[in-house]
Ligand binder design. Structure first.
Ligand code: V1S
Ligand code: CA
Ligand code: ZN
Length: 412
């Protein structure tokens, strides 16, 4: 009825474990795994499971996570819960990892930037250990599908947690599943291109490969002063001049596209297609990892862009057209109903030869139709038009200057 077919010679796998949906970061915390429940409802409602292979993810192993992360950090993550946190904090080798207190810190931070205080970016919550190793397991299974030539495109919407560092959680991210995936890919592929359309800078991935010429990282993100108090938009890195670690062979293999608030579809498309196209031509990747954080959509609770769902999806289409092995991951996204819309649409783009789904959500086949109904929730449409709720600070000449600068950088 919705035109779902399995395209010949084009295999897509979808990796997921519903256990991640039960997690609660805390009452006021913006990260809501419920968005993954809504995504699943739409994917199944549109019948996309018939157009791809679906796999139930299993937890990653401790040794797999250690290929990037510090062994003490991995051990802490594998044992931590609200019940064990205080006791683990007393262990001397974990105590060494407590970050220094900064002026203005609103919450008490424990080892590895983790905290049980309400309002922390990286809280310790019930079931956390299970959650972390499951989203990572899903990304690693998806990666394995690609590296063993069993899929052309593999998807894990519960992954894409780009801020996690070697021995520190950051910005709602604990295990950097992206870095682990790219490390696996490098065993097979000569060069991997990482593209990040989350509204935040993909700092953890960039940092991990800053000395590595076989990985090019390319992040599009909001950058600049955040509010009247002059606070920078999180994480505050990713300037245009940041191109990888100077003086190492990794220099010139990181690209950053800092963007002002309120960018619209046309401007974003210009930036994305110009820079990504030039990066692909120059770097000639053998595989691509695309982090599809949906907080770059208009109407996001944390984001500041005015991008619509179709343009977000156009980024996936553009990358898909290269025909290279492609890992598609989630990331941020804080207005749950729109995250679900975007990721369902992008699942369809990956599976369905780029055909668009009907704008009318099959509400009779969706368990929580009210999440998508009513004026405030997008009137049952898959592609509601978002209000332009952020003043557009982006000026054409400035966007052109950025494209030109990045083009010059790619000539090295
Ligand atoms: N923006 C933002 C924001 N909001 C919060 C937050 C709000 C309520 C809570 F109960 C807990 C946290 N934290 C932030 C940001 C982190 C954004 C992470 C984005 C992650 C991703 O989408 O890229 C990938 C999944 N943190 C900050 O701005 C840091 C602080 C500077 C302010 C907030 N406090 C809690 C810590 C310090
Ligand atoms: Ca980004
Ligand atoms: Zn984000």
């Amino acid at each position: 009825e919705y035109g779902i077919t399995r395209p010949k010679g084009h295999k897509v796998s979808f990796h997921y474990n519903s256990t991640v949906e039960d997690m609660h970061f805390g009452k006021t915390h913006p990260m809501k795994p419920w968005r993954l429940t809504l995504t699943k409802h739409l994917v199944l409602g549109y019948g996309l499971q018939y157009a791809m292979d679906t796999y139930e993810a299993v937890a990653a192993g401790i040794d797999q996570v250690r290929t990037f992360h510090d062994p003490d950090y991995v051990e802490f993550l594998s044992q931590v819960s609200p019940q064990t946190f205080d006791k683990l904090c007393q262990v001397p080798r974990f105590r060494n990892h407590v970050p220094a207190k900064h002026e203005g810190d609103s919450v008490d931070l424990g080892p590895f930037n983790l905290s049980t205080s309400p309002g922390a970016d990286c809280p310790v919550f019930d079931g956390m250990s299970k959650y972390l190793f499951l989203y990572t397991g899903a990304t690693l299974a998806a990666t394995n599908q690609l590296t063993t030539n069993q899929s052309d495109i593999a998807i894990n919407w519960s992954g894409g947690l780009h801020h996690a560092h070697k021995s520190e959680a950051s910005g709602f991210c604990y295990i950097n599943d992206i870095v682990l995936s790219i490390i696996d890919m490098l065993r097979i592929y000569p060069r991997v291109l990482y593209i990040d359309i989350d509204v935040h800078h993909g700092d953890g991935v960039e940092e991990a490969f800053q000395r590595q010429p076989r990985v090019m990282t390319l992040s599009y993100h909001r950058y600049g002063p955040y509010d009247d108090t002059g606070h920078k938009f999180f994480p505050g890195t990713g300037d245009l001049s940041d191109v990888g670690l100077k003086g190492t062979v990794g220099e010139h293999f990181a690209l950053n596209v800092p963007i002002g608030s309120g960018i619209d579809d046309r401007q974003y498309r210009y930036l994305f297609e110009s820079v990504t196209g030039k990066a692909i031509d120059a770097f000639k990747p053998s595989a691509i990892v695309l982090q599809c954080g949906a907080d770059s959509l208009g109407g996001d609770r944390l984001g500041q862009f005015n991008i619509n769902i179709k343009q977000h999806g156009e980024c996936v289409n553009f990358v898909k057209k290269t025909g290279l092995p492609l890992l598609i991951l989630g990331g941020g996204g804080y207005t749950a109903r729109n995250v679900a819309r975007a990721w369902c649409h992008e699942t369809a783009l990956a599976t369905n030869n780029g055909a668009h789904l009907s704008d009318k959500i099959p509400l009779d086949l969706v368990p929580r139709p009210e999440a998508f109904m009513g004026r405030a929730h997008g009137d049952g449409q898959l592609f509601p038009k978002f209000q332009k709720d952020h003043r557009n600070e982006c000026v054409e000449s400035d966007l052109e200057m950025k494209v030109k600068k990045l083009d010059e950088e790619l000539k090295y």
